[in-house]
Design a protein. Structure first.
Length: 129
């Protein structure tokens, strides 16, 4: 279960918030390479529907960039020199990656994993459910 949680870690590799960069041109360059900007603002984190997601709380985040697409097995193998995936295919998302491997991959390409709040805001995409 823990290994499959990181199936979509790829979407979670992203650059720090826009305030970490001195020039906006660098941001636009990153956006053109398959990243999307998540706007600054508040969102409701958590859910009252499940005990392990309680309580709901409002969280404010600065804007940040996140990859638009999952990391492919080919991309992962080019950097990490291995492909742990069970379901093979160069253009398929990498799977069976643990948190440490995901972190190391992101670091190797000068990115990082999102925080839990950043991931939830991006995944919700403006929805409240």
């Amino acid at each position: 279960m823990k290994r499959t949680i990181f199936l979509f870690f790829v979407s979670g590799c992203f650059l720090f918030s826009e305030f970490a960069f001195p020039a906006s041109s660098a941001l636009e360059e990153d956006v053109s390479r398959g990243m999307v900007r998540i706007a600054a603002g508040a969102f409701t984190s958590g859910s009252e529907k499940f005990n392990d997601e309680k309580p709901e709380k409002d969280i404010y985040l600065d804007s940040f960039l996140i990859d638009k697409f999952e990391v492919t097995q080919k991309e992962f193998k080019n950097i990490m020199k291995k492909n742990p995936s069970e379901f093979r295919g160069d253009n398929l998302p990498v799977d069976r990656v643990n948190w440490y491997e995901a972190r190391d991959y992101c670091g190797a390409i000068d990115k990082r994993l999102p925080t839990e709040a950043e991931w939830e805001k991006a995944a919700r995409s403006g929805s409240i459910t």
